[in-house]
Design a protein around this ligand. Structure first.
Ligand code: BMA
Length: 309
């Protein structure tokens, strides 16, 4: 297959399409976790009014999904914290026994990060928005670091954002965020326009493994790729190494053709310690969801070997 490096695409791709939800125009950039011996997910569903909403889904094997036809509802005691009709690009992480959801919760003042927690994927309790807009990409780390909760995110603009760097922020209580640190920015080539965090980082002995998206601004618009980085375990704003070569590029027909062509957007990663493999879920051309798998040791070796010097 053209351009495959360590990640092998699944033969059954795409695994989720608009056919999974009656009112869907497209389903892409979505979050998946292993849950209760099976899988749970929060899916970005662009509906036939072209508003973006989040829907929960459940699966036995992570491939065959039943997605709720109705958008998920948040509960919140504060009317100032609301869910918009432009809710998209969810990410999930298990932190201290609870699943946390981050997503882009658009406000009239621009895209902003939403934060909610759930114990059963039925009830989601919305929390304070971590940052003021505009910011549309955020992932929580799966544990506290030096006693503080930690998040990677990408401040943006109100439009399609022709720039973007990854920042690290920490919080004592998941409400107040600060100590902002720059992590990394664009680099000439496929990640030359902007970069943003993908799935929540995975802790490995070699550092936090971050799969991220990089965007190339071509003469005909943006193309989205997946890259990888290793971040220092105790000071994650310090990059140990980061790929010069991409891990995944839009080359398959379902990645090339869709509402937004030429997009590979990694948004979830499941680790299988029993086999030493990881599976990445990614949005394809803003139209469907696919998955690709790699051996974790080979993936880390690739990132170290094909690093930016
Ligand atoms: C994300 C979202 C999408 C966009 C995409 C590419 O950041 O903003 O709406 O099209 O990038 O999948």
């Amino acid at each position: 297959m053209a351009n495959e490096t360590v990640f092998k695409r699944l033969d059954c791709n795409p695994i989720v399409t608009a056919a999974n939800v009656p009112r869907a125009n497209s389903i892409h950039n979505s979050a998946v976790v292993r849950w209760n011996g099976a899988y749970a997910g929060v899916f970005r569903v662009d509906e036939i009014d072209m508003c973006y909403r989040l829907h929960t889904g459940f699966s036995r094997d992570g491939l065959d999904w039943e997605i709720d036809p109705e958008p998920l509802r948040m509960t919140s005691s504060d009317p100032a914290v609301y869910v918009s009709d432009h809710s998209y690009d969810p990410r999930l992480v298990l932190l201290e026994g609870t699943h946390y959801l981050t997503w882009c919760n658009s406000a009239p003042q621009g895209p902003q990060i939403g934060l909610a927690r759930t114990d059963d994927f039925r009830t989601f309790v919305q929390m304070e928005n971590p940052f003021q807009p505009p910011n549309r990409n955020a992932v929580l780390f799966p544990r506290t670091i030096n006693g503080a909760y930690a998040m990677l995110h990408r401040p943006s603009d109100r439009g399609h954002t022709p720039f973007g760097d990854v920042f690290y922020s920490s919080s004592p209580d998941l409400i107040h965020w600060g100590k902002h640190r720059h992590v990394f920015g664009p680099y000439p080539g496929w990640q030359g326009t902007k970069v943003g965090p993908g799935p929540s980082p995975l802790e490995t002995p070699e550092g936090w493994l971050l799969i991220y998206h990089g965007v190339w601004g071509s003469c005909n618009g943006f193309l989205y790729y997946a890259g990888g980085a290793l971040l220092d375990l105790e000071e994650p704003w310090k990059v140990i190494c980061r790929t010069r070569d991409y891990l995944l590029a839009p080359t398959m027909p379902y990645e090339r053709v869709g509402d937004v062509p030429n997009v590979v957007f990694p948004s979830a990663m499941v680790h299988y310690p029993e086999t030493g493999r990881v599976r990445v879920y990614y949005g394809c051309a803003d139209t469907c969801v696919s998955a690709a798998e790699a051996d974790l040791d080979e993936l880390i070796a690739f990132i170290k070997q094909h690093r930016i010097q």
